[in-house]
Design a protein around this ligand. Structure first.
Ligand code: ADP
Length: 659
């Protein structure tokens, strides 16, 4: 028989027929809606009924033929833990009945001592109570499953009683072993907070409640039972009553130690990488400085030597030295360029230039090497490309030089072709395709993807045979990307390689442009360009002193030399100078400090003198520092004589255009 809604079906397990009848009669006299009463005379019979049918309530006699006392109760509960049980007890068994209640039975009635009313009350009370207990159990189980699934801890804080309920498997990590989690000490949470943060965390929690907020969230350290601290993220929702008073808070505790650790490790790795990058940058800048200083001497002296009367053999030796220094400078500049690219410190110039001239000059610069190897070097420029383009001609030149010189380097016979196609054009810009192809050694398929990587050379063997640092293509690719373009390569071993890059370049506004390569190769023949000019040279390196003095005197200048800043300050008190050339790194007093003293502590006629820094640092930041220190201009060592003359004349006769 199925139970009607709200009606109750009762199982009575009682071996005494008299007691059975009595109980049944009493039940029928109550106002309870009973859908059915089933009788069982033994525990086994009762259990059999329970397995076949559902009941709302069980009456259990304590003394049955097949089981008795608490034993009978426990066996029954095992089969039907969710059904409320009322114990039928004799007067002498009340202690046992009470024990059964402590184990989960809902109530007990004394046989022969109950009346209809007390029976009705007991039945109703037992069913309702058990229902609530089951509901609570279900809720707790749900919490438990959630906290097990997430390993979180859930807390439920009654703000009126200040009692906190804790749920969750994770608790075992924080409580002493064997702690009863239903009886966690009141101060458990506060005590486990890290002493350095305790006050702050407790304060923030109370602040949230007092300010009437709806939730609270905080990260903190929490003591584990192995004496270590876990990093915790804790969130709580504040529940308010109708009067808008906070009465309860329910929240979670999540162990975020691993996440925190990973975050810290990532941050640490980032800091270390940044430090390593800075150290590398500094090292390369220092190296470049240390190399540039003697190189200035080598290049300057060779320049002076080439201007003397030399026989044919000597001329060739000097040319060879110049070629070698040129190669060495290219390597030093590559290293520095790469450092700048990595540090994001490359700055591009924007100027008009003659496009075809730039390309043909670049080809010319490589022509002699192609001729030496007996390779044909061709260049085809689409004639629809406007003559003047705008952008950074130096970087475009650098890209093309890299690719063309590689093509020649890795080709033994055949030809190298440079083709520039106009792909598209608008009013403002042109989209160009640059192709540099060769019939050289080619690149193996498995190496082709990595040739743009730093220091990458197809084989260690190629370094010795062909020279190079493995930086050229990295720089080339990065520069092309910086200019907004892209580069691709196709190659077959022993057949040759084709590098193609694509750039969108702005059209120039002027009709005539500047040609970057021209200035480097053709120097005007100067005579006495610095005649009558008094120059104070402040420089500690003896060779570089000699180079500068000779170069300046060769153009008619009068030169005084100071070995460091301090000496320069002393000299300036006595001599007349029109301009000061100032080295930066010097013993006793460096160029920055000397400039400061000249600018702020010397008489007006001295303090206003133009100062040009001669720095062996090619870093933009250092050059800017010179201007910031009050110098008027700077020239990087090693310098070309013509550039030095230009800079001097620019300072003394700003409108001068003879050079
Ligand atoms: P490197 O200074 O060694 O030339 P690059 O970065 O310019 O450095 O080139 C990296 C490597 O790519 C070279 O060492 C070479 O193995 C390969 N490579 C570059 N260009 C060519 C080419 N045109 N033909 C064959 N191999 C090339």
């Amino acid at each position: 028989m199925e139970a009607v809604e709200n009606s109750i079906s009762i199982l009575i397990i009682e071996d005494n027929p008299g007691d059975q009848v009595l109980l049944e009669a009493h039940l029928e006299n109550t106002s309870l809606i009973i859908s059915g009463i089933t009788m069982a005379s033994t525990l086994a019979e009762g259990i059999m009924h329970l397995q076949q049918k559902s009941f709302s309530l069980i009456f259990l006699d304590f003394f049955l033929p097949d089981s008795s006392g608490l034993d009978a109760y426990l066996k029954l509960v095992k089969v039907s833990p969710a059904i409320p049980v009322i114990i039928l007890s004799g007067l002498s068994d009340t202690a046992l009945a009470l024990k059964a209640i402590s184990l989960g039975a809902q109530d007990f009635i004394l046989k022969g001592e109950y009346d209809v009313q007390s029976l009705q009350k007991s039945v109703w009370y037992s069913i309702e109570r058990k229902k609530n207990i089951e509901l609570l159990k279900e809720n707790n189980e749900r919490y438990d499953i959630i906290s097990k699934a997430t390993n979180d801890i859930i807390w439920d804080w009654n703000l009126d009683t200040n009692k906190v309920k804790w749920i969750g498997q994770g608790l075992k990590n924080y409580l002493p072993v064997n702690t009863d989690i239903t009886n966690i000490p009141d101060k458990f949470w506060t005590r486990a907070l890290h002493p350095d943060e305790r006050k702050k965390i407790v304060r923030s929690l109370h602040d949230s409640i007092e300010k009437g907020e709806n939730s609270w969230e905080c990260d903190y350290r929490f003591l584990k039972n192995d004496s270590s601290y876990a990093h915790i993220n804790s969130r709580g929702y504040i529940i308010k009553n109708e009067a808008n008073k906070a009465v309860r808070m329910i929240g979670s505790i999540q162990d975020i130690t691993e996440r925190k650790k990973a975050e810290l490790e990532t941050e640490q790795a980032r800091i270390e990488a940044e430090e390593a990058r800075k150290t590398q940058e500094q090292f390369l800048a220092n190296m470049s400085h240390e190399i540039r200083t003697p190189m200035n001497g080598v290049i300057g002296m060779t320049q002076l030597l080439s201007a003397t009367d030399l026989n044919e053999d000597q001329k060739e030796f000097v040319e060879n030295i110049q070629q070698s220094t040129g190669n060495l400078m290219a390597i030093i500049n590559d290293i520095l360029d790469l450092t700048k690219i990595v540090a994001g410190k490359i700055t591009l110039v924007q100027k008009d230039y003659l496009f075809a001239d730039l390309i043909t000059n670049c080809i010319k610069m490589n022509q002699y090497r192609a001729d030496e190897k007996g390779i044909l070097l061709h260049c085809t420029i689409d004639e629809n490309i406007p003559s003047v383009l705008s952008g950074d001609p130096y970087r475009l030149n650098q890209i093309l030089l890299n690719l063309v010189s590689n093509a020649i380097k890795f080709t033994h016979k055949g030809e190298v072709n440079v083709i520039i196609n106009l792909q598209e054009q608008s009013d403002e810009s042109v989209a160009l395709e640059f192709i540099v192809s060769d019939t050289g050694i080619g690149i193996a398929a498995d190496k082709i993807d990595s040739i743009f990587e730093r220091f990458m050379q197809v084989s260690g063997d190629s370094t010795r045979k062909y020279g190079g640092t493995g930086l050229g293509l990295t720089i080339t690719k990065q520069l092309i990307q910086l200019l907004g373009g892209s580069i691709t390569v196709r190659s077959h071993q022993h057949e040759g390689s084709t590098f193609s890059f694509y750039l969108t370049l702005l059209k120039g506004k002027q009709q005539s442009g500047d040609n970057p390569a021209r200035g480097e190769t053709s120097e005007p023949n100067l005579r006495n360009a610095l005649a009558g000019i008094h120059i104070l040279l402040v420089e500690d390196n003896l060779v570089n002193q000699k180079v500068a003095v000779k170069l300046l005197e060769s153009q008619g200048a009068t030169v005084e030399v100071a070995n460091h800043g301090k000496e320069a300050i002393e000299l300036l008190k006595d001599i007349r100078a029109d301009i000061i050339l100032m080295d930066i790194q010097m013993p006793e007093m460096d160029g920055y400090e000397a400039t400061k003293i000249i600018r702020y502590q010397m008489p007006e006629e001295v303090s206003k003198l133009p100062i040009i820094a001669m720095t062996a640092s090619a870093l933009i930041s250092d050059q800017k520092k010179c201007l910031f220190a009050g110098m008027n201009d700077y020239i990087a060592k090693p310098y070309q004589a013509i550039d030095l003359y230009k800079k001097i004349l620019q300072q003394l006769t700003p409108s001068c255009c003879i050079l």
